[in-house]
Structure formats: structure tokens, C-alpha cells
Design a protein around this ligand. Structure first.
Ligand code: SF4
Ligand code: SF4
Length: 444
């Protein structure tokens, strides 16, 4: 009895501490995203919900490459369905019961069938997830696919990716330890197991072991699993695996305008219109026409909240970088690195604000301390990275904002472009002659 009370106490203390710490970190991430400018939503809500269902929930974009997509899908479905078993584990831990749902509805055949069916399904998915995890570990560490060996993945990102896969194996091992030992105990007590499909095939072979040993084994599996889940909840916000949660809002808020359509600065568009057609009587300038205080983005504060949500959602899969023509031709640019740098800078800014009582203290750095001019200039604005991203992230938007800052605020553009810019300014055309003369070629 004392042991049971102790277990309930320990479980609830760990559970509440985990919820508190996970909530604290989630709040910090939310506040960091709020540092960006308000995002504008375009398109209809229905279209957004469709994106969430197809792309985040259905993983539609992953299925461009069928084998990894199926493997990833196994891990994903196993993760989702296991949450059902987890509910029971949480209840058992909180009140000190054992397989509460099974025993509460012991006489109800339909519920009994559903319960055993669900746990059996979880076991099948766990085996598939185990195979998928081994395949992913091999792909990263033995096959060394080029997109997993790029410079931006050196150090922590590679460790993070491996760690989570090993962690997956650990959780699967705990689930099976728990179910096998529990069923062997049930055989000793009732002459038969619960009826779970896979663990039920192994349990009879162990039912001759002493009850105490099986009980200790079952408890190790149970506690190992639940502590692993708590650890995962705390680890998740520090890992690229945050996409498990953020893929949903990220696909909801993704731009719905055609990919090739770049957003223009309204004030600049108006200037150009006046320049192109000075005779047109434009209405008197309104507040909205005022020249922006800043052009483009230098730091995370100048980006919008969707850009910052993108940064936290990035799975570091590298599909964007593999498709990037600049990267393929040996340039320094990697759209994945743009997203990782944005997230790292945002975290740095968030910590700065936290450490200084809610105020950002200038640290003489900006996002441009992470992303170099060389990287930004290498972008061809082809949109391949946007097309490839499985969770609708847009690295090009951030690149464009940083480039706007460089050019419009710092006049930092390649020598060849400067001539074109002054021609546009002076002649309303990229060439060195006046707009009025542009049809003169016809005279020759
Ligand atoms: S838009 Fe730029 S970053 Fe994206 S794939 Fe094309 S060149 Fe690479
Ligand atoms: S931006 Fe998208 S495609 Fe690129 S690494 Fe991140 S998740 Fe993958």
C-alpha cells in the first residue's frame, strides 16, 4: 500500500513539473513568435483548413517520394495512435490503478474487443515504426545522403536527429516490455493473456518466470515509458521535432497566393506608378502611403510572425536545399540554413529579452550576423525551396526581406546591379537612355 501511495506521489510530482516546464517553454516560444510583425492572412479559411488536413495531417507533400513517405507515415501514425494507450497510462499513474479502462469495462464485450484491438494495432504500428526508425538511422549514418551531410547540420542538428530516432526505439522497447510482462502475469493469474496481438505471442514463453520478476519487469517498462514521454515533452521545444505540433498552425497560416508572386512594398509600388505615369492624377497621399520607416528586414523584429513560425516549424529535412539551384551549383546558400539561422537568432533575442526583464538590450548583432550577404545574393528567387517544403515553409520570403534591407537601407548590392538601379531611378528603365528614347531603335 505504501509503495502504491509513493508511486502515485512520484508520478503526480513528475507529471505536474513536466506540464509546468513544458508550458513555460511553449509560452516563451509563443512570445518569441509575437516579436514579429502581424501576419496578413490571404485566401479563404476553407482553403487553409484543406491545407492543414492534406499537408499537415495527411502529409501529402511527403508522398512525392514514396518509400521515405511510407516509413515516415508509420512513425507518425504510431505516434498519434499511441496517445490512446498513453491516456490510460496517465490515468493509472495519477490514481494508482492498473489498466483501468480494461478492467472498468471488463464485462462489456464490445469495449473489450475495441480495447484489445486498439492495443494490438498500436503494437503492429510500433513494429512498423521500429523498422522505419532503423531505416532512417541507416539513411543518415550509413548511406549518408548528401542532404544530411551539409555544413549546417554539423554538431547539434545531427545529434538531435539521431537522438530522437534512438529515443523512438527506447519508447517502443518500453511499450513491449510492459505489455509482454503484463500479459505473462495475466496468464499466471487467469490462465490467458489480455489478447494483444504481438506481445500476446511472446508472453506465454515467459509465463513460467516468477510473478515478482515479471512485476518488476512490467514496472520498469511502465515507468521507462512514462518517464520517456515526459522527457520527450520537455525535449520537444528544443528540437527540430517541434514540427510535430507546429506543422498544423504553419500550414494553416501559409500564403495562398501563387508561389511566383512576390510581395511588393506598397509605398515603393506607388512611387514607381507615379514615375511611370506622372500625368495620372493620384489621390492626395494618405497615411497608408507614408514611406515606411524601414525597408526589408535586418533582424527578427522586422520579419512577420509567419516567418518566425516557419523558423520554429522547420524539420531540417533539407528537401529545400537539395532542390536549390544555388546550392546545387556550389554556392554558399542553403534555404534550410536560412530557417535554422532565423530560429537561432530568434531564440537568442528571446533569451536576451528574458534576461533583461522583458526589454531587448542591443547586442550589436542582427539576423545578418548569421546570414551572410554572399548567401543572400546567391538566391535566384526560383521558388524551388518553397515548392519542396513538406510543411509549407517559405525561406524565399525571408531572403527577399533581408535583401530588401541590404539594398534599400544599406545600398549594399553588387556593382553590376547599382548601374541598373540608377538607370531605373533616372530613366525609368534599366538601360542608360531615357524612357522617351526607347523606341528609337525602330528608326534605324
Ligand atoms: S528561391 Fe532561392 S533559396 Fe529558394 S531554391 Fe531558389 S535559389 Fe534556392
Ligand atoms: S524549410 Fe522545409 S524543406 Fe527546408 S529543411 Fe525546413 S522543413 Fe525541410
Amino acid at each position: 500500500m505504501l509503495l502504491k501511495i509513493l508511486q502515485i506521489l512520484v508520478f503526480n510530482i513528475i507529471f505536474l513539473s513536466t506540464i509546468y516546464l513544458a508550458f513555460k517553454k511553449a509560452k516563451q516560444i509563443y512570445s518569441n513568435i509575437q516579436l514579429g510583425k502581424a501576419m496578413k492572412k490571404d485566401g479563404s479559411t476553407n482553403e487553409r483548413i484543406k491545407n492543414v488536413l492534406l499537408i499537415a495531417f495527411g502529409q501529402q507533400k511527403m508522398f512525392q517520394n514514396i518509400l521515405p513517405a511510407i516509413l515516415h507515415f508509420c512513425i507518425y501514425v504510431a505516434f498519434i495512435i499511441t496517445q490512446i494507450e498513453l491516456i490510460e497510462i496517465f490515468i493509472d499513474g495519477a490514481i494508482g490503478s492498473h489498466r483501468l479502462l480494461y478492467h472498468t469495462f471488463d464485462d462489456n464485450h464490445i469495449f473489450h474487443f475495441l480495447y484489445v484491438g486498439t492495443i494490438s494495432f498500436i503494437e503492429i504500428l510500433s513494429v512498423l515504426a521500429f523498422i522505419a526508425t532503423i531505416a532512417f538511422l541507416s539513411r543518415r549514418n550509413l548511406l549518408k545522403l548528401p542532404r544530411f551531410t551539409k555544413p549546417e547540420l554539423k554538431g547539434w542538428p545531427t545529434k538531435d536527429a539521431n537522438l530522437i530516432l534512438l529515443f523512438e526505439i527506447y519508447l517502443i522497447a518500453c511499450i513491449f516490455s510492459m505489455n509482454i510482462a503484463d500479459q505473462a502475469m495475466h496468464i499466471q493469474e487467469h490462465g490467458e493473456g489480455y489478447g494483444f496481438l504481438i506481445s500476446g505471442m511472446i508472453a506465454p514463453a515467459l509465463s513460467h518466470l516468477s510473478y515478482t520478476l515479471l512485476h518488476v519487469w512490467e514496472r520498469i517498462g511502465w515507468w521507462g515509458h512514462i518517464i520517456g514521454v515526459f522527457g520527450f515533452m520537455l525535449y520537444l521545444p528544443h528540437s527540430k521535432h517541434l514540427h510535430i505540433l507546429l506543422a498544423f498552425p504553419n500550414t494553416y497560416f501559409a500564403k495562398l497566393t501563387p508561389k511566383g508572386q512576390l510581395s511588393n512594398l506598397e509605398a515603393v509600388t506607388k512611387e514607381i506608378k507615379i514615375m511611370m505615369n506622372p500625368d495620372t492624377a493620384f489621390a492626395a497621399p494618405t497615411e497608408a502611403d507614408a514611406t515606411p520607416v524601414k525597408f526589408g528586414a535586418k533582424d527578427v523584429f522586422d520579419l512577420n510572425q509567419k516567418h518566425l513560425l516557419d523558423a520554429y516549424t522547420c524539420t531540417e529535412c533539407g528537401r529545400c536545399t537539395s532542390a536549390c539551384p544555388a546550392n546545387q551549383t556550389g554556392k554558399k546558400l542553403s534555404p534550410r540554413k536560412i530557417m535554422m539561422d532565423t530560429r537561432d537568432r530568434l531564440e537568442e533575442v528571446g533569451k536576451n529579452i528574458q534576461a533583461n526583464g522583458g526589454q531587448f538590450v542591443d547586442d550589436q548583432k542582427s539576423l545578418l550576423s548569421y546570414i551572410t550577404v554572399e548567401e543572400l545574393r546567391a538566391c535566384t528567387t526560383c521558388n524551388a525551396c518553397v515548392q519542396e517544403c513538406p510543411v509549407l515553409i517559405n525561406p524565399l520570403d525571408i531572403i527577399m526581406e533581408l535583401r530588401r534591407h541590404l539594398i534599400l537601407e544599406e545600398s549594399n548590392s553588387p556593382e553590376e546591379w547599382n548601374g541598373m538601379f540608377s538607370n531605373i531611378e533616372n530613366n525609368s528603365a534599366p538601360w542608360q537612355f531615357s524612357q522617351q528614347d526607347r523606341l528609337k531603335w525602330e528608326e534605324n
